[in-house]
Design a protein. Structure first.
Length: 211
């Protein structure tokens, strides 16, 4: 297994007994299976576990960009609850930046953890006014709203946007915060989960984890 089990809502390790997984902080949970070290083999395991959920990536990745993290909340033989993938690479204005996309069912809390938000699901900002940004997911244009993480000390660390796509929450976390300017020029995100042999050429890399 090239994926480690943990709690989707915090950094605690989880334990298994009789098919039930438990977090010492959040109690019974469905585990987050996260890449030990990003690789093609680990990504293949992730795609099997997350089958049924989209894996959104810029495709093809821009020159110099790599997939640096990925994971799925779920159990083998059951419908997955959430999935995320992160990619990182150089930008002209901000140096190296990281883009993480999360798709999840309500109440999972993975997107909130990655974003550093104070609430499990996106807050009242989402849908309360005209969307400041529209994100292209293949042929669709999806509205997303800025999410206040309530963390004044790390306001420059990340930008967080959230919306709804295909009946699930969609989170977009960009690091550093100024990387949000990339949204103006970023092309469409594509669901790469069904690409098959094309993914053999997908580059993987390791960066210090932000969460």
């Amino acid at each position: 297994m090239r994926l480690d089990a943990g709690c989707p809502r915090c950094a605690s390790l989880v334990s298994s007994s009789g098919g039930t997984w438990t977090c010492p902080v959040h109690g019974e949970t469905v585990p987050l299976w996260r890449a030990v070290e990003p690789s093609y083999d680990g990504f293949a395991e992730y795609l099997v576990l997350s089958r049924g959920l989209p894996t959104w990536l810029p495709w093809s990745l821009p020159p110099g960009w790599q997939v640096t993290d990925f994971g799925c909340v779920g159990l083998e033989g059951h419908e997955p609850r959430a999935a995320f993938v992160a990619c990182s690479g150089p930008s002209e204005l901000d140096g190296v930046v990281e883009v993480t996309v999360v798709t999840e069912e309500p109440g999972v809390g993975l997107g909130s953890r990655i974003a550093g938000a104070t609430h499990t699901d996106p807050g009242r900002e989402v849908g309360s006014s005209a969307a400041p940004v529209r994100l292209r997911l293949e042929a669709a244009s999806v509205p997303v709203w800025a999410v206040d993480t309530g963390d004044a000390e790390e306001v420059l660390d990340r930008s967080v946007f959230a919306g709804e796509a295909q009946g699930r929450w969609l989170w977009l976390v960009l690091r550093p915060a100024s990387a949000a300017l990339l949204l103006q020029d970023m092309g469409a995100l594509h669901d790469v989960s069904d690409l098959g042999p094309e993914l053999v050429m997908l580059p993987f890399g390791t960066v210090p984890r932000a969460w």
